[in-house]
Design a protein around this ligand. Structure first.
Ligand code: PGA
Length: 250
């Protein structure tokens, strides 16, 4: 596990985008596992700028997103399909047919989960999987629980996640209670995992993910068992790790 400590959100975003760009340069037809939420917005802005400059191209890239709210249509402004279109896909030269997100409107959500796992496997899993981190330690929408779930599945969101995501909706009552999320199988099958975190509200979750026991009570702790994890955090998010003496770059 390598940990980069950056001064602030902007520097964190530049570092993360640089690592993703390096992957696209190394392997132009790579598979990127992508994330949503507040944290990756700056990373995507940096990638858009680099693509516009002609530094790299997404023409041959495939993407698989981690999750989608159940029952939100793709054109709902809070759906993760809409997020990805507006924050990244509409501004880069990616082939729309190569971008994949679970279908939150599928009549048979379990069948959709199985389809998504088969699709992710058929395109070879992610070369690089970008992850945000929930305050409760979730990755994707793998919430704390009694076991690590391997497959893509329908999850009941925890109150902590609903509260954290309420800021994106007009009021908390509008936040969907369920989502479809990639399970730990596809996340752990990624060749490299890039976890990004910003702000002091993530400090405890990062600390538990890196220094705590490997337990489904902190889903991100499973990453301790992955052979190639890079964490990029700003100083506030990494403060507890640094205080504990965990070596970081920067
Ligand atoms: P955030 O969410 O980036 O909006 O903080 C992260 C997550 O829940 O994975």
């Amino acid at each position: 596990m390598r940990i980069y400590r950056e001064a602030d959100y902007g520097a964190m975003s530049r570092r993360a985008a640089g690592l993703i760009a390096a992957e696209v340069v190394r392997k132009p037809a790579c598979v990127l596992g992508l994330a949503t939420g507040g944290t990756p917005v700056g990373t995507y802005e940096e990638l858009i700028a680099g693509c516009r400059r002609g530094d790299f191209s997404f023409r041959e890239v495939h993407t698989v997103n981690l999750d989608e709210y159940k029952s939100l249509a793709p054109d709902h402004p809070q759906s993760y399909r809409y997020y990805m279109q507006t924050h990244l896909f509409d501004h880069i030269d990616i082939d729309p047919a190569n971008t994949h997100i679970p279908d939150g409107l599928a009549d048979d959500a379990r069948a959709e989960c199985a389809r998504y796992d088969a699709l992710t496997e058929s395109i070879g899993f992610a070369d690089l999987q970008l992850l945000g981190l929930g305050r409760n330690g979730h990755i994707g929408f793998n919430e704390p629980g009694d076991c690590f779930r391997k497959e893509t599945h329908v999850v009941d969101l925890t109150q902590s996640t609903i509260d954290a995501n309420a800021r994106f909706f007009a009021h908390a009552g509008e936040v969907p209670r369920q989502a479809l999320t990639m399970g730990m199988g596809c996340i752990m099958a990624a060749r490299r995992v890039l976890l990004i975190a910003s702000g002091e509200e993530k400090a405890e979750a990062i600390y538990q993910a890196v220094c705590g026991p490997v337990t489904p009570q902190c889903p991100a702790s499973i990453l301790q068992l992955h052979r190639d994890v890079v964490i990029v955090g700003d100083a506030a998010a990494l403060e507890k790790l640094v205080k504990a003496g965990v070596p970081v770059c920067g």
